[in-house]
Design a protein around this ligand. Structure first.
Ligand SMILES: Nc1nc2c(ncn2[C@@H]2O[C@H](COP(=O)(O)OP(=O)(O)O)[C@@H](O)[C@H]2O)c(=O)[nH]1
Ligand SMILES: [Mg+2]
Length: 471
């Protein structure tokens, strides 16, 4: 419709003016949290979701868009002045430019307000004018949710637990050597503290590369503007005797408590506690490609992440929430364009199985949950290729490293996700049946059509679940 696209165009230009007076009165706001571990696809998801809500040609499964009830969509200034704005324009330009690139990885929380002007609906539609719904999209690292477990743990308990857990990890060897050689009762000196913290951070980064997901404190990996500050300059160290004031142990303890108070608590109180709807993105394919141990580790991390959504699971968090809770949680396996669509049901079963416990808990407490496999930005096309007499469902795309076109058969996911998760749980070294091939595609060159956002898979279904009932 000409009028609506015109309104769209104008409205998008006036972001800086805003509509802050009427906004305070009765304009409903949905706070949509987008989280997931590093590289799970948060930035691409938000960028494509926003682009596809601005231009809704590919959003047929979003009922309000299909039925033409969204008159206009526009970006507005966000309500939180101290949170960085999600850099939508830069990310979109990277993804859809003439030489498309994946966006740079982001390392902190950010926010974007998208407003939808909706045609009146329902019984009173004759009496109402158009109404506006604001969607505040909040992007934050899933690693930060893992820190929730720290809130109720003392430094000594945390320290002992971490040292035990990483005892046998090759990537922790250097750090452990250093930690063991420290006399925890000696007088604190900043040099030692910094060296320990650096060795510990190096270990966390290496562990992450090795496919471990249990890498807390979360801000060590994603320090943002806290890099180098004392709240991030501590590490677990072995100790035995009660420590003295001024000792290394006492100072580590103090910084750990400061980290909880100044970093973890404000995030849960000021951001997490205000979320209405949540999408948790999971890159299950990469974990499967990495092998059973990575998948088992991912399952653990998901359990910990989702523990944050269990009401009453943490006394401090309950206090911040004051009875409020997340109404809907979507678990989404990302990058489904790495698989031919005939394998998407298996992918969905895997994500369901991975988040099973958490889903049961959420349902029990009244939050509605759902799981699906999606691609925020489709980088491949499908084709059937004949290989030694068998038809293999493949995907074709541009390889990230060489820039060459190639068709891939990623391997067959089992119908029963238990086959993979069971092997992972029992500590198998390799997958019994079949290899899963890792691959990295560059974003495809897109010819953007007016009225259409970038191509995706099931992003519209995700939107319908997350916000459809409020439009
Ligand atoms: N093929 C494909 N790759 C994706 C998709 N979404 C994300 N990726 C890949 O995953 C990487 C990490 O995505 P990003 O959104 O930056 O993750 P974040 O760290 O969670 O914000 C990207 O650089 C892409 O390589 C998708 O929909 N399709
Ligand atoms: Mg990101």
């Amino acid at each position: 419709m000409v009028i609506s696209s015109l309104a769209d165009g104008i409205a998008r230009g006036v972001e800086s003016i805003g509509d802050s007076v009427s906004e305070r009165f009765f304009e409903p706001t949905i706070r949509l949290g987008v989280t997931g571990l590093a590289r799970s696809g948060k930035t691409v998801f938000i960028t494509s979701l926003v682009a596809n809500l601005l231009d809704r040609g590919r959003m047929v499964q979003l009922a309000a868009a299909r039925d033409g009830r969204i008159n206009a969509a526009f970006l507005q200034p966000q309500p939180d002045d101290t949170v960085p704005r999600f850099d939508y324009e830069t990310h979109l330009a990277a993804l859809t430019g003439p030489a498309p690139q994946w966006p740079d990885s982001t390392r902190a929380i950010s926010e974007l307000r998208l407003s939808l002007r909706l045609a009146p609906s329902g019984l009173l539609s004759g009496l109402q004018g158009p109404r506006t719904v604001h969607i505040d999209i909040v992007d934050y690292p899933g690693e930060w949710l893992l820190d929730l477990a720290l809130l109720e743990k003392s430094y000594d308990a945390w320290s002992a637990e971490v040292l035990e857990r990483i005892r046998k990890r090759g990537s922790a060897r250097d750090f452990l050597k250093r930690a063991k050689s420290v006399d925890a009762t000696a007088a604190h000196d900043e040099d030692t503290a910094q060296q320990l913290a650096k060795a510990f951070t190096d270990y966390l980064n290496a562990a992450r590369v090795d496919g471990y997901y249990d890498c807390t404190p979360g801000r060590f990996l994603l320090p943002g503007d806290l890099a180098g500050s004392p709240v991030l300059t501590f590490a677990p160290i072995p100790f035995s005797a009660a420590s003295q004031r001024g000792s290394i142990h006492r100072e580590m303890q103090r910084r750990y408590e400061a980290y909880k108070r100044k970093v973890v608590t404000p995030f849960f109180r000021d951001h997490f506690a205000r979320i209405d709807r949540q999408v948790v993105l999971v890159d299950a394919l990469t974990a499967i490609h990495s092998g059973p141990r990575a998948l088992e580790d991912l399952r653990h991390a998901m359990g910990d992440i989702l523990g944050a959504f269990r009401p009453g699971g943490n006394a401090l968090l309950s206090r911040f929430l004051r009875g409020k809770r997340v109404e809907k949680i979507l678990f989404a396996a990302t990058k489904a364009d790495h698989l031919h669509h005939t394998q998407h049901p298996q992918m969905t079963s895997i994500i369901k199985a991975l988040t099973r416990e958490a889903q049961d808990r959420a349902q029990f407490s009244g939050a509605q949950t759902s799981a699906l496999a999606l691609a925020s930005l489709r980088a491949t096309t499908e084709e059937i290729r004949n290989h030694s007499g068998a038809d293999l469902p493949c995907v074709r795309g541009t390889l990230l490293d060489s820039g060459k076109q190639a068709a891939f058969y990623p391997g067959t996911l089992p119908d029963d996700p238990g086959e993979l998760l069971g092997a992972a749980r029992t500590g198998a070294k390799d997958w019994l049946s079949g290899e899963y091939q890792a691959m990295a595609f560059a974003p495809a060159k897109i010819k953007m059509k007016p009225g259409y956002g970038p191509p995706h898979i099931r992003l519209d279904r995700a939107a319908e679940f997350l916000i459809g009932d409020r439009l």
